[in-house]
Design a protein around this ligand. Structure first.
Ligand code: NAD
Ligand code: TYD
Length: 359
């Protein structure tokens, strides 16, 4: 059943789910500006708290008929079916998800609905399109593999051992995608990547939260002893990896995507403090490191994630371009320069504007 994709296969009407979120919005902007893609993008998003149309400001005006937005919940199968039919969808890049581990601990229900049932709905409708349908690319996480000790790396054949409701729901969705390929021959690929960072990330995740709190002189919460390790992937590198897999990956295969940047949380928080002290010193002149506050650990907190992306590198020639040091500095600068975007999130204005615009 292994089919090597032909490089000339193009997607005419690509459905991107969750395109108003962090990674999805970066992906849409990059792809519309990529000369190797001439199709249309249909961005389907429920606009939860994490969906922000301001992430794609100017895109509709710049790309006219090549960009369409549909406010739809992937749990609503009837509306999804309508979008697939009306826009003659021939490929999907599936980002839409509830994505924050801490929220999944407090309230797992929406994770089960969106991440599992929503993915199932998309797979069913894609399957029903038969030969017209070219590819379902599923964007997933390295968290499905569980937690590592001091040594070792996650490979594509590492057994799944998810530890949080978030990672368990993503694991379930990965299994469904794989099952639809194996059982029904649905053309599908999966990517499992490490922690993304960069422009447009909602400030509930570690890096943007620390940048914005530090700017306001608020405490910088570090869970547990701060020695948990994540691998950090610059969002543009991730988008590039996804497009590489979509255009030259092997149908039915999974690819790990990593940033070659393992780092303890405490070191990241210290680095952000130091960058800010250098480019925008605090008005009281005090070093931001004094804001670091160790707080109770996250229940079930995975100790270490690290990715072996040899397969993607050797088979498809992808490697991350951004180093963590320069990527982090660029990210800090981006948040410093996006006063309106940040303000609208802090005041909640982005949501009232969304309600007026999209109901
Ligand atoms: P995000 O939380 O920033 O954005 C999620 C988007 O999905 C939002 O626009 C939201 O409105 C939309 N959405 C949520 N529920 C929906 C529903 N029921 N129907 C339609 N749209 C809905 O997430 P992100 O960080 O951009 O992550 C995108 C994908 O990448 C997710 O599948 C996530 O699991 C995966 N991933 C993220 C990271 C990371 O570090 N951010 C790492 C690995 C994998
Ligand atoms: P996060 O950005 O939530 O991503 P994930 O849980 O998917 O890895 O968290 C990254 C790491 O930072 C994780 O080990 C938890 C830790 N963390 C803190 O120490 N403080 C915080 O305020 C947050 C949000 C995360």
């Amino acid at each position: 059943m292994k089919t090597k994709r032909k490089s000339e296969v193009g997607f005419s009407n690509l459905l991107v789910t969750g395109g108003c979120g962090f990674i999805g919005s970066n992906f849409i902007r990059n792809l519309l500006n990529d000369t190797t893609f001439s199709g249309r993008i249909i961005n389907l998003d429920k606009l939860t708290y994490a969906g922000n149309p301001e992430n794609l400001e100017g895109i509709a005006a710049d790309f006219g008929p090549r960009y369409v937005f549909q406010k739809v919940d992937i749990c609503d199968a009837a509306k999804l079916e309508k979008v697939f039919g009306e826009h003659d969808i021939d490929a999907v890049c599936h980002f839409a998800a509830e994505s924050h581990v801490d929220r999944s601990i407090k309230d797992p229900g929406s994770f089960i609905q969106t991440n599992i049932v929503g993915t199932f709905n998309l797979l069913e409708i894609a399957k029903a399109r038969g030969d017209k349908f070219k590819l379902f690319h599923h964007v997933s996480t390295d968290e499905v593999y569980g937690s590592l000790g001091a040594e070792g790396l996650f490979r594509e054949d590492t057994p799944y051992r998810p530890n949080s409701p978030y990672s368990a729901s993503k694991a379930a969705s990965d299994h469904l995608v794989r099952a639809y390929y194996k059982t029904f021959g649905l053309p599908a690929t999966i990517s499992n990547c490490s922690n993304n960072y960069g422009p447009y990330q909602f400030p509930e995740k570690l890096i943007p939260l620390v940048i914005l709190n530090a700017l306001e002189g608020k405490p910088l919460p570090v869970y547990g002893d701060g020695k948990n390790v994540r691998d950090w992937l610059y969002v543009e590198d991730h988008c590039d990896a996804i497009w590489t897999i979509m255009t030259s990956g092997v149908i039915g295969e999974t690819y790990n995507v990593g940033g070659n940047a393992e780092m303890e949380n405490i070191l990241i928080v210290q680095l952000i403090c130091d960058i800010l002290d250098e480019i925008k010193p605090a008005t009281d002149g005090k070093p931001r490191r004094q804001l670091i506050t160790f707080v109770s650990d996250r229940p079930g907190h995975d100790r270490r994630y690290a990715i072996d992306f040899t397969k993607l590198k050797a088979e498809l020639g992808w490697s991350p371009r951004e180093s963590f040091k320069s990527g982090l500095r660029q990210t800090v600068r981006w948040y410093l320069n996006q006063k309106k975007w940040v303000e609208n999130i802090k005041t909640g204005a982005y949501q009232s504007w969304m309600k007026e615009q999209y109901g």
